[in-house]
Ligand binder design. Structure first.
Ligand SMILES: [Zn+2]
Length: 398
């Protein structure tokens, strides 16, 4: 099956390439801002005029390049992408789906450009990008035997350069294993499979305690340093009106903290994403049919704290990953109604009266219980996962 997917690599540009990239990010911003200004002026002059479409904007590009020769240093396909993005932004505006497109600022923390020219793999860790030439990267193995549709070079707030590539490739279905599973998305553990016999079979929540502690430390250093810099900039400018005005950016101390903080946050984000990818891949390898709860109907964690929102985000991510991976690898995902899955005994199918009237907190604390009808001892999450599996299989057979 032909599928479209994204692949990310790190880039390690040399000093010259870093300067080049700065120019290329700037060029894209320049074209965006020029086209946007033009569209705005056109509208001001004559509100009845038609919006200049993507092709008309593309047609203006050669003239711009004549006027501003430095634009020739860019991969020219990147300007077509800028035009496409701008016309898309306007289309959304006209449909009342988005606000008015804004000018892009040099000071925005994330800088990038997207092109659709060919990339050439030179070696295991070297890749050729139009206009930049040979550039050192992380392993290029995953770019073998794929068709590159688009590539984006991005400078992250952490100071890392990332190459994201949209590719088309052929995917083979995985061999069938004959196994089925129901998955409960829990609060103590992330995923509980219905065939779990011990705690080791459950998928833990992602934790990176040491990294998180460091990130929090640098976050608070960042805030403190930024505050101090703001104060001293104001004082300096007030006391020395005769000298050139200081700017916040002249203080490298807080900018260093910003980068350090961003690096740690990025590392956590990447690790979490990698973890979710790994466990969902493991699941589609292991099972032919996977039943999960419908998250829209599930009582998502109501507490609006950070832990709750991360759990909700992780569940959504797991569901999204499973749904496309099942489609890719010839497996089946069944989404079932989550109502009462954890309050019905899987052994006898009876709704438990014992849980009525429990507070949210008391209810979440009930890890193990005994059925009041048949006396079966149940692990709360595994029981729920088994109910989810039965509902999934029922749904499949109808
Ligand atoms: Zn029972």
């Amino acid at each position: 099956m032909q599928v479209t997917k994204g692949i990310r690599l790190r880039l390690y540009p040399n000093q010259h390439q870093k300067e080049q990239l700065r120019q290329l990010f700037g060029n894209d911003r320049k074209v965006w801002n020029l086209m946007l200004a033009m569209a705005n002026t056109r509208y001001q002059n004559n509100p009845a005029s038609h919006f200049v479409g993507r092709c008309a904007m593309d047609a203006l590009l050669p003239r711009l390049k004549e006027e501003m020769p430095y634009l020739k240093e860019s991969d020219s396909t990147s300007f077509q992408i800028v035009d496409r993005q701008l016309s898309y932004a306007f289309k959304r505006l006209f449909k009342h789906q988005g606000g008015h497109p804004r000018f892009h600022s040099r000071k925005s923390t994330k800088q990038s450009y997207t092109g659709k020219s060919k990339l050439k793999i030179l070696a295991k860790r070297y890749i050729k990008i139009p206009k930049l030439g040979c550039i050192k990267s992380s392993k290029t193995g995953r770019l073998q035997n794929v068709k590159v549709k688009e590539y984006t070079v991005c400078l992250m707030p952490s100071g890392h350069y990332v190459l994201s590539v949209v590719v088309q490739c052929e995917i083979q279905a995985l061999p069938k294993t004959g196994k089925v599973v129901g998955l409960d998305l829990g609060s103590a553990d992330l995923i509980i499979p219905s065939d779990a016999t011990s705690d080791e079979d459950k998928f833990k929540k992602f934790t990176a305690k040491a990294l998180k502690a460091k990130a929090n430390l640098w976050q608070s250093r960042f805030s403190r340093r930024k505050y101090r810099a703001t104060v001293s900039v104001r004082q300096f400018n007030h006391n020395h009106p005769e000298l050139p005005q200081m700017e916040l950016n002249d203080y490298s101390n807080w900018q260093r903290a910003r980068q350090h903080k961003a690096r740690l946050q990025e590392a956590i984000k990447n690790k979490r994403a990698g973890y979710l990818q790994r466990i969902t891949t493991e699941l589609v390898h292991k099972y032919d049919v996977i039943a999960i709860e419908d998250l829209r109907a599930k009582n998502m964690m109501k507490n609006h704290n950070l832990a709750g929102s991360i759990a909700n985000a992780s569940w959504r991510k797991v569901r999204d990953l499973l749904s496309y991976k099942c489609a890719w690898y010839g497996k089946q995902l069944v989404v079932v109604n989550p109502q009462n899955t954890s309050r019905i005994c899987h052994n006898c199918g009876r709704l438990q009266e014992q849980f009525k009237g429990l507070s949210e907190h008391e209810w979440l604390a009930k890890r193990n219980w005994q059925c009041e009808v048949c006396g079966a001892k149940q692990d709360r999450d595994v029981n729920a996962a088994k109910n989810i599996l039965s509902r999934g299989l029922e749904k499949l057979n109808h």
